[in-house]
Write a protein that binds this ligand. Structure first.
Ligand SMILES: *[C@@H]1O[C@H](CO)[C@@H](O)[C@H](O)[C@H]1NC(C)=O
Ligand SMILES: *[C@@H]1O[C@H](CO)[C@@H](O)[C@H](O)[C@H]1NC(C)=O
Ligand SMILES: *[C@@H]1O[C@H](CO)[C@@H](O)[C@H](O)[C@H]1NC(C)=O
Ligand SMILES: *[C@@H]1O[C@H](CO)[C@@H](O)[C@H](O)[C@H]1NC(C)=O
Ligand SMILES: *[C@@H]1O[C@H](CO)[C@@H](O)[C@H](O)[C@H]1NC(C)=O
Ligand SMILES: *[C@@H]1O[C@H](CO)[C@@H](O)[C@H](O)[C@H]1NC(C)=O
Ligand SMILES: *[C@@H]1O[C@H](CO)[C@@H](O)[C@H](O)[C@H]1NC(C)=O
Ligand SMILES: *[C@@H]1O[C@H](CO)[C@@H](O)[C@H](O)[C@H]1NC(C)=O
Ligand SMILES: *[C@@H]1O[C@H](CO)[C@@H](O)[C@H](O)[C@H]1NC(C)=O
Ligand SMILES: *[C@@H]1O[C@H](CO)[C@@H](O)[C@H](O)[C@H]1NC(C)=O
Ligand SMILES: *[C@@H]1O[C@H](CO)[C@@H](O)[C@H](O)[C@H]1NC(C)=O
Ligand SMILES: [Cu+2]
Length: 571
């Protein structure tokens, strides 16, 4: 009898899941005092949590998130990072691009379909709010009956982040001041929202003893309890404001199997390099000596944070050892921060998994070269792309284009090529005094194939070039190649990988290097493409693409109400 009931339940479950479901979430966003690294500060929480609640869905489901902005004095917008928003560009959550921000006290409903299984993120996309703590993970499972090309027993998500004690207001004001106030290296690194700042570093006499409390349970290390003999899928994502990271699990190799929602030809790695906005799945076997626990570590690469930011630590707890038992060893030190070669090698090694290759169009219709430079404009430090430093308009582009508001932004398109690129020396500090701040956009022919070459260069400091993780909204792109030095249009394009390139939504451009991407402009909407370093985007490191907006029907009035659309919002 009980067997019959079990069978019946199975059948009912199968019937229910065959239909795409609606996953509803109700989120209250507000400021609360939290101590994720023992230091107490104001943190933006969702339903009292940072990182926020994970979104769990199945391919084809509709996700509906009703967001209430309880920040009192601050606007808000939330971006669903890696979700292409096909047919719902107004739900992309980019303030100033696809919507007016959500006003304090208002409720806004995001509604979108998760159309591909994989690991994604969500985070704030207004001002520098992301680094105040509004971020979380999205996990989309494959449809029923569709097997994944690898096996595992358990599935866990781990979000990495870097953490600052100063408020985002202080940081933003510093970035837009003369003299310039740089945000500096983070105070700590968080693994699944937990880190450890050394409270003794604070000046004791001025310190309220509860303001940094090393025994606060909020900052006890994250513990991942595992069962010996099992295989775990760890979904690792990075929401960092600035840092590129190495990630390691002491004594355990990781097999990389997924990146940004696409299956990867398996790669065994001791260290995973992960850039802000990227997501990976790795498999680990719980096959080491079981009588002890092991360290999980993350450390900064690409910037010299040796004196400022200690590595982030968590514990891999082999059941049934006590979760609080400290591993008997020192944590692994991680890769050298200034060694670019292994980072470039790992980026280049990631290829689409055999049997899951989406082949790119063999030719492109348009090639756009984006030279990334640091420069000054009227004495202010900025980042620019082809001598244009991006600024957001008051009226979101999506609405301005749909409603023909020609004065809402600069109608003169920015250049497809850096001015005088042939003579540009990427190894020297350039005299880019003539860069300008603009809000112009690139308009792409609908359904055309576009190549993007990201070209890195020297910053305004001699012998220095940084790492920039570029993230494209509304699309996945093929990663055709990486190189060092100056991109050579004739020779380098002949070496593109057109056979099995991985598709991603976020990709690093390495110091003094280039990265070549291809995508098809087939998603009607307006899409931001920007450096995912929070302060770099704030300082102008981004561009906007428009494609096929004329194909969109009426826009929801909920996204309106700011700039020139003030009168458009109907009650
Ligand atoms: C914490 O900082 C204090 C003061 O700088 C230092 O003496 C101590 O060794 C540090 N502790 C750790 C665990 O790093
Ligand atoms: C620090 O945290 C512990 C554990 O929650 C608590 O017992 C203690 O009172 C706190 N100390 C201060 C000064 O707040
Ligand atoms: C990890 O991989 C390296 C290189 O393939 C190998 O030498 C090492 O033994 C592996 N370690 C474990 C714990 O499997
Ligand atoms: C990195 O910073 C530390 C501390 O500021 C300094 O001692 C070291 O020389 C720096 N390393 C390099 C390669 O610049
Ligand atoms: C920006 O413009 C200045 C002045 O016109 C020029 O010297 C410089 O090379 C340009 N920089 C870039 C990156 O194109
Ligand atoms: C291009 O750059 C070279 C070298 O910096 C300079 O001599 C030349 O005048 C520039 N040409 C233009 C059109 O700006
Ligand atoms: C940069 O160009 C400006 C003119 O726009 C000039 O006044 C200045 O001297 C130049 N600086 C250097 C270092 O070449
Ligand atoms: C910047 O533009 C001004 C005016 O067009 C010009 O006089 C100056 O030489 C330019 N500076 C550089 C570095 O090209
Ligand atoms: C887009 O382009 C592809 C390849 O040229 C073509 O097969 C397809 O029909 C086009 N789709 C639309 C909607 O124009
Ligand atoms: C930059 O590197 C070059 C070549 O390695 C060296 O000659 C020069 O002194 C360096 N400059 C600075 C400011 O470090
Ligand atoms: C590109 O290839 C051509 C022909 O093989 C060669 O002459 C040229 O030097 C190459 N350019 C670079 C920058 O390597
Ligand atoms: Cu950047």
């Amino acid at each position: 009898m009980s067997r019959l009931i079990a069978l019946l339940l199975c059948v009912l479950a199968a019937m229910a899941s065959a239909e795409a479901r609606v996953r509803r979430y109700k989120w209250d966003v507000k400021y609360e005092f939290k101590s994720p690294d023992c230091y107490k500060k104001l943190v933006i929480t969702i339903n009292g949590r940072s990182p926020g609640p994970a979104i769990l869905a199945q391919q084809g489901d509709t996700v509906v998130v009703e967001v209430t902005n309880g920040l009192e004095t601050e606007n808000l917008a939330i971006h669903w990072h890696g979700i292409r928003q096909i047919g719902s560009p107004w739900s992309d959550g980019t303030g100033g691009v696809t919507q007016c921000p959500i006003l304090p006290g208002d409720t806004f409903t995001y509604r979108f379909i998760v159309d591909r299984a994989g690991t994604y993120l969500y985070h704030a996309h207004y001002g520098m709010q992301r680094e105040a703590g509004l971020y979380g993970s999205i996990r989309v499972s494959p449809p029923d009956g569709v097997a994944e090309p690898f096996a595992y027993d358990y599935d866990k998500s781990i979000i990495l982040n870097d953490w600052y004690h100063r408020s985002t207001y202080e940081q933003a004001a510093g970035l837009s001041s003369i003299p310039f106030g740089w945000v500096g290296e983070p105070q700590s690194l968080l693994i699944q929202g937990k880190g450890k700042f050394n409270c003794s570093k604070l000046a004791a006499p001025t310190l309220d003893p509860s303001a940094c409390n090393a025994t606060n349970p909020e900052c006890s290390p994250y513990v991942l309890t595992v069962i010996p003999g099992k295989t775990y899928r760890l979904r690792i994502s990075s929401a960092t404001a600035l840092s590129a990271l190495g990630f390691q699990i002491e004594g355990h190799n990781m097999t990389i199997v997924e990146a940004d929602g696409h299956y990867v030809e398996p790669i065994v790695a001791q260290n995973l390099f992960i850039y802000s906005g990227e997501t990976y799945s790795v498999l680990i076997k719980i096959d080491q000596q079981p009588s002890r626990n092991y360290w999980i570590t993350t450390n900064i690469v690409g910037r010299n944070a040796t004196a400022t930011t200690p590595p982030g630590l968590a514990v891999l707890n082999y059941y049934p050892n006590h979760p609080k038992r400290v591993p008997p060893t020192s944590p692994p030190t991680g890769p050298m921060w200034n060694d670019v070669a292994p980072r470039l090698a790992q980026s280049s090694a990631i290829k689409a998994r055999h049997g899951y290759v989406h082949t790119p169009p063999l030719k492109s219709d348009r090639v756009i070269v984006f030279l990334n430079t640091q420069n000054k404009i009227d004495g202010y430090f900025r980042w620019s792309v082809n001598n244009v430093s991006f600024t957001l308009p008051r009226t979101p582009y999506l609405i301005a284009l749909q409603e023909n508001l020609h004065h809402a932004f600069d109608q003169q398109p920015p250049p497809d090529n850096p001015p005088n690129f042939t003579n540009y020396d990427i190894y020297h500090v350039a005299n880019n005094t003539n860069a300008t701040s603009r809000n112009a956009i690139y308009r792409l022919k609908f359904n055309s194939t576009v190549d993007i070459i990201l070209q890195n260069a020297n910053t305004m400091t001699a012998n220095n070039s940084e790492t920039h993780p570029w993230h494209l909204h509304g699309h996945d792109f093929w990663v055709l190649g990486y190189g060092t030095g100056k991109f050579d249009a004739d020779n380098d394009s002949k070496k593109y990988n057109l056979a099995n390139p991985i598709m991603k939504n976020t990709v690093p451009v390495h110091p003094y290097g280039w990265t070549a991407l291809r995508f098809v402009a087939d998603n009607p909407g307006v899409w931001l493409f920007h450096c995912h370093v929070e302060s770099h985007f704030y300082m102008g490191m981004g561009v906007v693409f428009e494609e096929g907006v004329e194909k969109l029907g009426k826009l929801p009035s909920e996204i309106m109400g700011c700039g020139e659309t003030r009168g458009f919002k109907r009650p």
